[in-house]
Every structure is written in structure tokens, then in C-alpha cells.
Write a new protein. Sequence first.
Length: 386
Amino acid sequence: MTLTPRGIGLLVGGAVLLVAGFRFGYPELSLLGTVAAIALACALAHAAWRPRLDVSRTADPDRVARGDAATMTLTVRNDSRLRAANLLAHDRCGARDVPVPLLRLRPGRDTTVSYPVPTHRRGVVPVGPLRVTRRDVLGLISSARSHGQPTRVRVHPRIHPLAAVPAGVARSLDGRFDRVPHGTITFDSLREYVVGDELRRVHWRTSARIGELMVREDLDTSLPRIVVLLDNRTSAHPDVVDGVAETFESACEAAASVIAAAVREDLPVTLLMVDDDRVDGDHLDRLTEAALRPGPRERDDRLRTATTRLRQQRLGDTLVFLTGPGARAELGLLGALRGPYPAVLVGVLHGGGDAGSGAGAVEGMLVIDAADGAEFAAEWDGSRAW
């Protein structure tokens, strides 16, 4: 609750009139000062009334690909029993305010407003809360309050369909060789027994030790395990315009395309980032929240640290590294992973400013140079490696 410039002027003027009227014996001035005080008191009483509004939002959909349509539906209900709501309201959607008309909203009634959510940029779009501003008739006091819980709409990177993914064998640039010479099923983990599990899969020794039936989980090692490593270093994507590095956006689209293709083929896939060691959470949601991270001004060893971690953990057999033009000089670090990862693919998204030569082999790795995500998908499908 704040005084407007008009309210401040009236407050100062009324105080001067009251002091002058009582000081010098002018009842007319005292009367004018009293009228000003009464007007301010009425404005204060008007602003003190809090409307009882029930606000709900529905996003359709709440997860959307960049550039696709998304709609937010806002429903406002007046829960007051006596007074109608005649308010000026705005709903916050990203960086803009959406006007919401609440004119003569009678008690027990509701109104619904729908508006598009901006999806031209990848990221999380915060929506809400509803901001209600009230002013008295004379415009002396303004009060603003928030109603309803905010929500979020996730704008995922675009997904460009890929026709093929590595299928069951590790690949070299001039042929294929099987990576599972002694069978494909191996022990992975233990879990609690649930109704429907086969008794032959019960691990009796562990079950006897802990007092609960435990079941073996086996892993088919003939299935390729794909690891996607996204380079989120500012140094790898130096060209930033209006806070957005288009090469990084293209790298996110390429990562989303590889992940979607792996999920389509029911292949296990892991998403990692150079400057983030988390592996949990929905992959597309993590790509939505991914942001460039600046590094130290001196020596930047984050990529070396990430490759060392990959070598030690050996999370899969096919590694897809997606980076920008600023990391070309560091691609040799990926060549050291050819041992634990028989298939290594590097995607360099250059945005058209540092054009490469399409797809090619560099130090035993398959390197795809592409301007954006769509060109990456075309080069991927045109590769003879699969």
C-alpha cells in the first residue's frame, strides 16, 4: 500500500492548511485541511479491503518444444459474499504482463482468460502470480497484492528426428565388431520381490540374510548404452547475442534429438554436462534448464575433468560429445576415451560462422560439423557409421 504522487501532495497540502488554519485563526483553511484528511482516510479504508480471489491456472501443455504453441488458461473466482470485484489485474508470463479484466465480477462468479505462452526460446517460463492493483476514486492510495500460486511452463529444445542410432555393437569407421564375446546377459542389481516375479530369479542367499525376498535384475549388455556429453562452457560457445548463444541452443537440440532416438529404440541413454556432474532427472527437463557456465580466467580444465570422470566410470559404449566452435582445439581429449568407449562421435555446432566439412573421421572419432540442429540430424542420418 503506497501513496501516489497525488496522495502525497494532498497529505502535505492538508497538513499545511491545518497548521495554518489553527495557527493564524482561519477556520476556512482548517476546514479544507480536514476535508483533505477525510479524503485520505476514505482512500485508506478503500485500499485496506482485500478481495477474496481464488486463482487457478492450467497450462496446455506444460511441456512444449521450442516454437510450438502453448496456452495458459487463468480462472479467477470472486469468493467474497457481498462485494463485487472491480479490479485492475495483470498476470505475469515470463518477462511480460498480461492484462486480466476483472470488471464487475460478482460474488461467487468466475471469469476465464486464455493467452499464449511465449515459446520462442528454450527454458523455463515462470507464470504468475496474479497481481491485483487497487486505487481509490481520487487516485490517492494504490495497493497491489499477489493472488494464486505461480506455475512454470518448460520449453524443451526442438527435436529433429534421427533415422538410426547405434544398434547393439560398437562400431569402427571401417566396419563393425562385436563387443560382447561371451554372452549378453549379466547381473546388474538386486531389488525387492513384487507379485508376479519369477521365483527362479530370487537370490536366496541375500533373501535369507536380510529377511526379505530379493530378486536379481539382469542387464542385456548387447544393447548399446549411449552417453551424451553436452558442453555447457561459455568458452565453447563464445558468440552470445542478447544473452543467447545460438550454437549452444543448437547443441541442446542435437542432444534432445539423440536422446529421443534412443528412447524410441528402447536403448538406455545417459545425459551428462561438462560443468555439471548430475545424472538424475528427466533428460529433456535438464536440457530445458541447461545454461552456459563461465570458467576460470586462467586454465580451464573442466573438459579434462569430465573426460577423466567418463574414463573412470565407463557409463556406456557409445559416447556422443556435443560442443561449439570454441572447443575445436580440445577434441584430442575425446580421443583418449576410445578405449572404454569403442564408438566416439563428436558434434561441433558452429552456427554457420565457423563452417566445417560435414562428417568425417578425426583420430578414430566420427566428427560432424553442423550449423544447427537440423543440419546435425541430416549429417547424422547420412553417416555410414550406422
